[in-house]
Write a protein that binds this ligand. Structure first.
Ligand code: C2E
Ligand code: MG
Ligand code: MG
Length: 262
């Protein structure tokens, strides 16, 4: 136990330092329109380039950042960095008649934090990133305290920011709650895609989510697309956008730029 506590303290301390010294990095995973197969956006995913451990993935520090409260600073840092790094690319694509949505993850504690909306507003103002090209990915756990969630979602809607539900299908959000909230998009979790071709029940689940989203006027992004066959099947099923190793791994901003140019 004491070894684990020591390890957690090291991670907390290291994270605080990394945020203060701009020592974190953001990678971007392309998001593709499944019909036209063009890049229409990217998801920002935080990375921690660690002097001894190499590039540390968020799964090993997001939970600790949440429990310790560091997530609020970390979330603000990621949002600001991502808006700054994607500003030029977003403008270029928009001015040439296309669209580019930047998606940024928001954890439940960050979402419920007292100055969340002010933070989003001030980062948008500071960076000049257009709110209508920003998408915030929240999880089903953000919707549990319905009244407060509704107030926050309405405030984001007023700002013009898109909201999506990440890892959809893995949590416990009731359908009636979803119906009443200003949520624009669902992201179907990777776990539904893994055995998609061979599993009729997985296909039935995806079809059900597609039908549900249509009724609720929400669009769909599918996560974890690893093969062309999966992409084709999901397109046939009526899913709009996809993300996954088949289209591109998360990459540094310069690499995304080169990929889009190519
Ligand atoms: P997520 O938001 O659901 O992000 C998708 C994860 O799936 C990413 O892992 C991505 O690299 C991975 N992935 C994408 N395509 C594929 C694929 O085709 N196959 C497989 N096997 N995996 C794929 P990553 O970057 O390690 O992030 C893990 C989680 O950490 C994210 O899940 C998100 O919940 C969280 N996270 C990342 N960045 C942030 C952040 O800035 N703030 C917060 N609050 N959470 C973050
Ligand atoms: Mg996400
Ligand atoms: Mg996800």
């Amino acid at each position: 136990m004491s070894a684990r506590t020591g390890e957690r303290m090291l991670i907390e301390q290291g994270l605080r330092q990394a945020i203060a010294n701009d020592g974190l990095a953001v990678y971007y995973q392309p998001r593709v329109d499944l019909v036209g197969r063009r890049i229409v956006g990217a998801e920002a995913l935080v990375r921690w380039p660690h002097p001894e451990r190499g590039i540390v993935s968020p799964d090993s520090f997001i939970a600790i950042a949440e429990e310790s409260g560091i997530i609020e600073q970390l979330g603000r840092w990621v949002l600001r960095r991502a808006c700054n790094e994607m500003l030029g690319l977003e403008r270029r694509i928009r001015e040439s008649g296309g669209q580019f949505h930047l998606a940024v993850n928001v954890s439940a504690r960050q979402f419920m934090g007292s100055d969340f909306i002010d933070n989003v507003r001030s980062v948008l103002e500071e960076t000049g990133f257009p709110p209508t090209s920003l998408e915030l990915e929240i999880t089903e756990s953000c919707l549990q305290t319905t009244e407060r969630s509704l107030t926050l979602l309405k405030a984001l809607d007023t700002l013009g920011v898109t909201v999506s539900i990440d890892d959809f299908g893995t949590g416990y959000s009731s359908l009636s709650v979803l119906r009443d909230l200003p949520v624009h998009r669902v992201k179907i979790d990777r776990s539904f895609i893994v055995d998609l071709q061979s599993s009729e029940s997985q296909q039935a689940m995806v079809k059900a989510i597609v039908a549900l989203s249509r009724i609720m006027h929400m669009s769909i992004t599918v996560e974890g697309i690893e093969t062309l066959e999966q992409a084709d099947l999901l397109q046939e099923m009526g899913c709009h956008q996809g993300q996954g190793y088949h289209f591109g791994h998360p990459m540094a901003s310069g690499d995304l730029l080169r990929l889009i140019e190519a």
